[in-house]
Design a protein. Sequence first.
Length: 223
Amino acid sequence: MEIDKATVEQFSTNFKLKAQQLESILESTVDVETGVVGVSHRVDLIGSSEAEDVIMRGSPLGSREMEHVGRYADLTDAEWWEFIYNFDKAKMLGDPTSKYLLAGVAAMNRKKDLRIINALGGSARQVKEDRTSESIALPAAQTIVHGSAGLTRAKLVTALEILGLEDVDLEAALDQVTLVCTQRQVSDVLNDDKLTSADYNTVRLMMDGKIDYFMGAKWKKSN
């Protein structure tokens, strides 16, 4: 008997997930509103106001109106499904149902991040004085031209400048600035000698090849 004809194949009873993003990366960076009833949820924003110099004691106060803006958070739906036929399960050594469920939860978590990213550069729906709504596009002053370069020091400085001009407190816990980037953009930063060298900063980014907190912002990688 030829020995190679007597060999057999052993099949595993365990199913393993391929490398993928399992948890939502960005859900913790936004306000989560639960128990919403209806197709949208209104959020009222109150702007800033300025104090006035006293010209004369007892002078009548003029008319003032605090900036008050209503924004809508519209509910959107997403679903995931995968068929597992009973006759297919009967032919398997193990049951893949639990791994399918994990893959489904991971898919929904990635969908959350995609919705958040799309909202970052998208338009906001605002309530006007006549109670109708209008679409407010992201102002050009709050965008940075991409150009042919990736994520550069100049772009990071410009982003922080935009936030600073809007009086965003980079050190306040409630105003924690989050920088959402891709792995390619992380590579752009790690390839910049002035951003990774100890001669220019005290945060050694090359120690473990990842960025957690840098230049006043919490970095979140989402591909």
